[in-house]
Design a protein around this ligand. Structure first.
Ligand code: PXP
Length: 247
């Protein structure tokens, strides 16, 4: 029986983006993370980018120290970032592609084209007891490559679904996500989803029973401006509860 509850990982990068606009100490992403924890988040996600445009290394250190829920560090496989992650030891890392000029992570990781490097990185994290998730587009070749490099979890890129220009395109993208989630699950991979999820498009996604975790940032932090962070988190938590499934 599927779980009735999809785990919610709240991405707090955008709190740090606001802080960096004035290069000060306020608003504090760590304080925001603790509020999310109180409000029912299951984990906190942050992305330590190579250009440090929002989250700083000191934020990750403080989060590691203060959170009681899991810390999921999104990151590229650049050697310097891998070294930092192995030192700070989050509970989970989500490996993503990274380009300096992008506004946010644009596509999934091309696992199939970087098998050798990813195998090394996955092994290093596994050895350190850190769960590795690979952020991939819903394509069979990426799922197979993810399994081949030793990952135990994937996060399906929901950007195309979230940004679809028509209802029919969105329905097609949802079908692709459902097929990919099923396939990944059959291969023994745990399945998360994320990117562009909001208060409108999340309920339909959650009907894909293989999805056990959703990682959501922008919509929650944006909604918090209107209703406050605890309510924004609680509302999303509610959308991630499947009715009629087992506990
Ligand atoms: N998951 C991954 C792998 C991401 O790169 C991002 C964006 O940082 C998210 C989830 C959250 O996306 P959003 O901020 O659009 O909810």
């Amino acid at each position: 029986m599927p779980r009735n509850r999809v785990r919610l990982g709240v991405n707090i990068d955008h709190v740090a983006t606001l802080r960096q606009a004035r290069r000060g100490r306020f608003p504090d992403p760590v304080e925001a993370a603790l509020i999310c924890e109180q409000a029912g988040a299951d984990s906190i996600v942050c992305h330590l980018r190579e250009d440090r445009r929002h989250i700083q290394e000191s934020d990750v250190v403080a989060l590691r120290k203060k959170l009681r829920i899991g810390l999921n560090l999104e990151m590229s496989v650049a050697p310097a970032i891998v070294a930092i992650a192995l030192r700070i030891r989050p509970d989970q890392v989500t490996l993503v592609p990274e380009r300096r000029q992008e506004l946010t992570t644009e596509g999934g990781l091309d696992v199939a084209r970087q098998r050798k490097r990813l195998k090394q990185v996955v092994r290093a994290f596994e050895k350190a007891g850190i769960v590795v998730s690979l952020f991939v587009d819903p394509q069979s070749k990426q799922l197979e490559a993810s399994r081949d490099v030793g990952a135990r979890m994937i996060e399906l890129h929901t950007g195309a679904y979230a940004e679809a220009s028509s209802a029919s395109k969105q329905a097609r993208d949802l079908r692709l996500l459902a097929q990919a989630a099923k396939k990944a699950n059959q291969m023994g991979l745990a399945v998360a989803a994320g990117h562009g999820l909001d208060y409108e498009n999340t309920a339909a996604l959650v009907r894909i029973l293989e999805i056990e975790e959703a990682n959501i940032g922008f919509s929650i932090i944006g909604r918090a401006l209107a209703v406050g962070l605890p309510k924004a988190v609680a509302e999303m938590r509610q959308l991630l509860t499947r009715k009629g499934a087992s506990k």
